[in-house]
Design a binder for this molecule. Structure first.
Ligand code: UDP
Ligand code: MG
Length: 316
């Protein structure tokens, strides 16, 4: 099979028939063999009935129905598990992404050899309150992930080589950083294609402004995991040592300072009267705790099932 289209959706009943008809038309025009996997993320409207109706009419439709609303990332994860096509394409269900982009995305993966091609909504039809934070967000993501050529990490329209989606694990709200996950998994040929974007036609957006706060926190987690995931002591141990040494030096200064004054018959203060004493104390305690956190981290990562999971490309 050439293409699997994975579509996560939450309360998008009005868009589905139109979206499917459009995808079907594009696929038939280009003669692709394909499947369309709708992942119903606990919709409370008629979305699932619509999917069932589509399924009755067309053998290319697959449906997955969650018992409750888990989020876009879990929906993508389950869609990826089911996908059988050589190229997997994800798109939003709200008709903001255009199925007309599919043939070119497919070509970029199969002919130009990209592992992942991400859409770029260069001209967006979203409110300003969303487009401005998005610019900042993408700039940070570029810096942290080191993927310098992407302008739009969170674009719903993306294409992947099949191995990519089978090797990455999208969870929580990590769908915003799939290119980063892919890169961490060793799929470094990441491209971009300018795509058409439309204003939402039906329904309303499912993410509020907290997407940016959560997005940044997730980025920090990802950076931490990809850098220190299997060697937490390198992070906590370094910080802990620095803190401890700083505190220790401060204690020496305070202690020897007092002895010096005593020996030279000068008036001296109690060690506990000096603010540095408390700073030193705190810093040594925090340093020790960071170290302990490092040991705990090592114990945890030693038990993690993915501690020895590598992406092996070929064995001869
Ligand atoms: N979505 C989902 N589960 C959720 C929230 C959203 O499957 O909990 C789907 C939604 O139905 C849509 C896609 O994710 O197909 C993108 O959502 P939305 O259009 O609301 O995001 P925006 O375009 O505002 O970034
Ligand atoms: Mg949308």
């Amino acid at each position: 099979m050439d293409i699997s289209v994975v579509i996560p959706l939450y309360n998008e009943e009005e868009s589905l028939p139109e979206l499917y008809a459009w995808i079907e038309r594009v696929m038939q025009e280009h003669g692709f063999t394909y499947e369309v996997i709708f992942v119903n993320d606990g919709s409370t409207d008629r979305s699932w009935q619509v999917i069932e109706e589509l399924k009755q009419r067309s053998p290319h439709v697959k449906g997955i129905k969650f018992r409750r609303n888990y989020g876009k990332s879990p929906a993508l994860y389950c869609g990826f598990e089911q996908a059988e096509g050589n190229v997997v394409i994800t798109m939003d269900a709200d008709l903001q992404d255009s199925p007309d982009e599919i043939p070119e995305l497919y070509r970029m993966i199969t002919v130009e050899g990209y592992d992942l091609v991400s859409g770029w909504k260069q001209k967006r039809y979203d409110p300003l309150s969303k487009t401005i934070p998005t610019k900042l967000f993408n700039a940070t993501a570029r810096k942290v992930s080191g993927i310098k050529n992407l302008h739009d990490f969170n674009c719903g329209l993306k294409a992947y080589r099949c191995e990519v989606v089978k090797s990455i694990e999208v969870y929580g709200e990590m769908h915003r950083y799939i290119p980063y996950l892919a890169k961490t998994a060793g799929f470094g040929r990441i491209g971009e294609k300018v795509v058409h974007h439309q204003a939402r036609k039906y329904g309303k957006t499912k993410f509020g402004l907290n997407r940016f706060v959560n997005g940044y926190l997730d980025l920090i987690s990802l950076w931490f995991l990809s850098t220190f995931g299997v060697k937490p002591m390198h992070f906590f141990g370094l910080l802990g040592s620095l803190m401890f040494i700083l505190g220790f030096i401060a204690v020496l200064i305070v202690g020897f300072g007092k002895l010096y004054y005593m020996n030279h018959g000068m008036p001296y203060r109690l060690v506990t009267d000096s603010p540095y004493f408390y700073l030193a104390l705190t810093s040594m305690i925090i340093g020790t705790q960071l170290f302990v956190a490092g040991f705990l981290g090592e114990l945890i990562s030693r038990n993690a099932p993915e501690r020895n999971k590598y992406q092996i490309e070929k064995i001869l």
